[in-house]
Design a binder for this molecule. Sequence first.
Ligand SMILES: [Mn+2]
Length: 414
Amino acid sequence: MKLLFLSDTHLGFGRRHRDYPERREDAYRGFKNALKIAVDESVDLILHAGDFFDSVRPSFETLSEAVELLTSLPPAEGIEVTVRDLGGKELFTYAPARIPLIAVHGNHDWNQNRENNIYTLLERAGLLVYAHRRIVEIRKGDESICVVGMGWIPDKYVERVISSYSVAPCDRSYFLFHQPVKGLYPSNPREKLLPPSLFPPGYGLYLGGHLHWIVDKEVAGKRFLIPGSTVITSLKEGEMDRPRIVYLIDGSAVRPVEIPGVRRAFLVEASSLEEAIKKIEELLAKPHELPPIVKVVLEGERREEVDVEQLRELFKGKALIYVFDRRRDSFFERIRSVKHEVSAEAFGRDLVFSILREKMGEDWEDWMEKLLNLLMEGKDDEALNFLLRGDLELSPSKEKVEKPKGGILDWVEG
Ligand SMILES: [Mn+2]
């Protein structure tokens, strides 16, 4: 059986882009063109490692796009799918009309309601199979493979949850997950990284989402594959100067395939405006399918002011320019100088958190970051629950934290 593996399609991303509205199309285009590869390569099924949507409550427009793309998949021939819980109890068996897409949720589209969320809804409509805490067996003729899923789990519970998974259920099994893993890439000190040794043994491949980098690496005797996102969402290092890809998997053979017709992002480092313009022109002299995103990082000493709008105007229709001015000057001076030109979204959370850390010093606590993350992801209900539960690191009552009623533990277990 031939599989296409992709992740982090972030459908709906960029809806609020004001500086470059053309980026609103990028998530749809990335997913659509990735699915074209599935058709061209005649794959039997598609695996998706989470962050299918950019938010937990996608708009009707975004849902329409998802339904359009999922119903465009070609008919499945002779495929049968059986879904079991982790204990092996059969939940349902069906013969999919179209090649099945098997998915877990990510941190962006995670919903605490395990019975009714965007994934269970699409599953009921026959548009995908939700693999979270399930064993999905796919049979075609006398071939069979198993996909075991673990969608994103909050840091606090993840080690406990992953420890409840056992050895691979079939001869050919794949572990589909959405979590940051230790040893795969330069780590973010604020993110809890899961040790590879905790992953259940015996799987042919460990197929991950979350990170928007590309990773193909063996750690602790396990081969981890991460295709990265199909759309550029942040302007972090791992998003720069690289193609967007999917993996084609046939048995133990793995092949990365570049997604055609999608926007790419490039890094330009310069110490002056003149140098930046020259480097952007060089970059644009090469062919590009779509105007690329250019992240301009200005370094060195500040000798001149850079008018970002003017720079954008200069490359209008040819490149999408984002300027990161890291020239020597005070931190707050830098924020002030660019705050009108660059949206908070483009700056990303890191900047917000570094300002807060600098302002609050030792008063800054991890739970504040957790709470802000929930608020920034539009998960207002969760943020409220988080506060009401007293689920803060400072809470003296451990009992409450361990067993919140109707809370996360009910959802991740069982
Ligand atoms: Mn993501």
